[in-house]
Write a protein that binds this ligand. Structure first.
Ligand code: CP
Length: 318
C-alpha cells in the first residue's frame, strides 16, 4: 500500500480512512463541499442524483446511533441504494472472516463500504483487499480514528468561530482511548489552530500525547481558562482494561463540565460533544442543554459532511 492509500496519485480522496496525513486542501475541499449540502434538510425535496445507481453498504460491527443513521440519511439524500448489514444476524457470527464477508459483499456489486469496527485498522484492511472501483469510509475503528466525526467537528467550529487561526481549543476527558480526540487533534493542527489542550487525569491523558503537538493539562482550571472551544468526551469504558479511574462520580468531581468551570472559558465559548453524552459524568445537564452547547448542531453538520465524503470518494478514480 502507498504512503497515503486514501489518496490517488493526483492527491484526490478515494477512501477516507484517517484524518492523519490528509493535506489541508483536502480537508477544506470536504468542508466546502459539505457547506453546499447544509441547506438540504430544509428543502421540500431533499435528494440529488449524485450517487444514483451506486450501492453503499453500512457495516457497523460496533454500536452506533449518530454515525450509522447520518450515513444512511446522507446516502439516501444522494440517491444511492443503501444496505445496512445486520451484523448480529450475519455469517460473521458463524466464524466468517472480515475479508471473506467483504469479498461476498463485493460479489453483490458494492461500490462503497462504510465501516465501523472495534479493531483499529479494520477499514484499512478492507481497503487493501478491495478492487480499485470500491471505496471505503472509516466510521470509527477502535481507538484509532473517526475521520467523519473529526470533519463534522471542524465544520461546527468553522460555523461558530469562522477562523481557525487564533483559537484555543480544549479537549477534555478520556483522551487515550478516544478515536475522536485523535481525529480532532490531527484536523485542528492541520487547519492551523495554534493551541490545542488535552485535559484529564494522567491515566487518561498521558504526557506522551505532547508528541501530537498538544498542551497536556491535568488541572481542569488550567485546561479551560480562556478557551474558545470546549470538546467534552465520555469515558470509553468499553476500551478500558480496568483500574484507570476510582469512579465515575470522582471523575465528575475532578473534570466534569459544570457551569462554574465553563465560566473559566471565554464568554462566547462553544461546548461540543460527539455523543453519546453521559449526563452527570463528563458534563452536567445544565451545560449540555445550555446556551453554549452546540451538541445537536454537530449532528446536523454530520449529515452534510457524510454527503460530501460519499460524493467525493465515489467520483474519485484509483
Ligand atoms: N459520535 C459517534 O460516533 O456517535 P455514535 O457512536 O452514536 O455513532
Amino acid at each position: 500500500m502507498s504512503k497515503h492509500p486514501q489518496l490517488n496519485r493526483h492527491g484526490e480522496l478515494r477512501h477516507l480512512l484517517t484524518v492523519e496525513g490528509l493535506p489541508r486542501d483536502v480537508l477544506l475541499h470536504i468542508m466546502d463541499t459539505a457547506q453546499g449540502f447544509m441547506s438540504f434538510g430544509d428543502r421540500e425535496v431533499k435528494k440529488v442524483p449524485l450517487l444514483r445507481g451506486k450501492s453503499v453498504f453500512n457495516l457497523f460491527f460496533e454500536n452506533s446511533t449518530r454515525t450509522r443513521t447520518t450515513f444512511e440519511i446522507a446516502a439516501k439524500r444522494l440517491s444511492a441504494d443503501i444496505f445496512n448489514l445486520d451484523i448480529q444476524r450475519s455469517s460473521t457470527a458463524k466464524g466468517e472472516t472480515l475479508v471473506d464477508t467483504i469479498a461476498n459483499l463485493e460479489a453483490m456489486d458494492a461500490d462503497i463500504f462504510v465501516v465501523r469496527h472495534s479493531e483499529s485498522g479494520a477499514p484499512f484492511l478492507i481497503a487493501q483487499h478491495s478492487p480499485d472501483h470500491v471505496h471505503v469510509v472509516n466510521a470509527g475503528d477502535g481507538r484509532h480514528a473517526h475521520p467523519t466525526q473529526g470533519l463534522l467537528d471542524m465544520m461546527t467550529i468553522r460555523h461558530y468561530k469562522r477562523d481557525f487561526s487564533a483559537l484555543r481549543v480544549a479537549i477534555v476527558g478520556d483522551i487515550v482511548h478516544s478515536r475522536v480526540a485523535r481525529s480532532d487533534i490531527h484536523a485542528l493542527t492541520t487547519l492551523g489552530v495554534p493551541e490545542v489542550r488535552v485535559v484529564g487525569p494522567k491515566t487518561l491523558v498521558p504526557g506522551d500525547l505532547r508528541a501530537m503537538g498538544v498542551r497536556v493539562c491535568h488541572d481542569i482550571a488550567e485546561g479551560l481558562r480562556d478557551v474558545d472551544v470546549v470538546m467534552m468526551l465520555r469515558l470509553q469504558n468499553e476500551r478500558m482494561s480496568g483500574g484507570l479511574l476510582p469512579s465515575a462520580s470522582e471523575f465528575h468531581m475532578m473534570y466534569g463540565l459544570t457551569p462554574e468551570r465553563l465560566a473559566l472559558a471565554r464568554p462566547d465559548a462553544i461546548v461540543m460533544h460527539p455523543g453519546p453524552i453521559n449526563r452527570g459524568v463528563e458534563i452536567d445537564s445544565s451545560v449540555a442543554d445550555g446556551p453554549s452547547s452546540v451538541i445537536l448542531p454537530q449532528v446536523r453538520f454530520g449529515i452534510a459532511v457524510r454527503m460530501a465524503v460519499l460524493s467525493i470518494v465515489a467520483h474519485t478514480a484509483a
